[in-house]
Design a binder for this molecule. Structure first.
Ligand code: IPD
Ligand code: CA
Ligand code: CA
Length: 265
């Protein structure tokens, strides 16, 4: 399928992001924000739920045959040839405390005849940062700042770990990989715990060279995968298997990818 074929899907993804931004920005720092705890002991707000519901309703209207997988309301994608993967708010803990690093993540996954799956469209909308990143298969990656003109982005050219800037979320969830992760950070040029979508979008922009998270779900990664790849980078699990379908996420500029996977193994 040519890049042109995803134009309408990308336009829909932007429309979904506009719908999301209107809801999330209205609820961000609201005095009456309702926060509850999910069975997995993580917080969710009324904004997470309202955003996912609004996006799902819009997809059902515009693409009745597509499936949806959302963090808050589960999936209708088992039999669909294409499905939208939605994280209504990535960085809920930031959102509820007034830290502006949160985003709505929208990815479109296509299933091939052989059963393989690939993310073909991705939008990451971070309205409190006045930024939106997006990509579609074969068309490159872009960032829009303050609703200005889209700017094409690409990854860095750094080749060695000793020159690399590495970003991560925190030290939770590394289990048996924790000591190799700490050594990798020690061996690098610079490290920052930026977290969430933000680390990965900075890899796509070439502002950092590596982003790593040890425990993620598909909705945390689908949109990031295509944006990092279309910017010239590589997205895999920390095990090195390409794509967002592992249970962890590793974005690099490509040149560093094997070195990072080996350092973590
Ligand atoms: C979280 C973020 C974070 C990751 C957590 C996720 P949420 O998503 O992606 O980076 O470390 O595992 O749950 O809950 O804010 O959408
Ligand atoms: Ca998330
Ligand atoms: Ca979320």
């Amino acid at each position: 399928m040519s890049a042109f074929d995803y134009k309408e899907d990308l336009a829909l993804a932007h429309k979904l992001a506009d719908i999301a931004d209107a809801i999330t920005l209205d609820r961000y720092q609201a005095q009456d924000l309702v926060i509850s705890t999910k069975p997995d002991n993580t917080p969710v707000t009324d904004a997470d739920r309202a955003t996912e519901q609004a996006i799902t309703t819009a997809i059902a209207k515009d693409r009745p045959h597509d499936g949806v997988l959302g963090e808050e309301f589960g999936s209708t994608h088992e039999k669909a040839k294409r499905y939208w993967v939605i994280d209504p708010i990535d960085g809920t803990k930031n959102f509820m405390r007034g830290v502006p690093t949160w985003a709505t993540l929208i990815g479109l996954v296509e299933r091939s005849e052989d059963g393989s799956e690939k993310v073909v469209v991705g939008v990451v909308s971070a309205p409190a940062l006045s930024r939106r990143w997006y990509a579609s298969e074969g068309s490159g990656s872009y960032v829009i700042f303050a609703k200005g003109a889209p700017k094409k982005i690409s990854v860095s050219k750094v080749e060695s770990i000793s020159d690399a800037s590495i970003t991560y979320s925190d030290f939770v969830g590394w289990n048996e990989k924790l000591s190799s992760f700490r050594k990798l950070l020690d061996d690098s040029w610079r490290t920052r715990g930026l977290g969430d979508f933000w680390s990965h979008m900075l890899v796509a922009e070439g502002a950092v060279d590596v982003a790593i998270e040890p425990a993620l779900a598909l909705w945390d990664m689908a949109a990031l995968d295509v944006i990092v790849r279309e910017a010239g980078g590589q997205f895999s699990g920390t095990n090195g298997v390409n794509g967002p379908f592992q249970k962890s996420g590793l974005s690099t500029n490509g040149k560093l990818h094997t070195k990072i996977v080996e350092a973590l193994s």
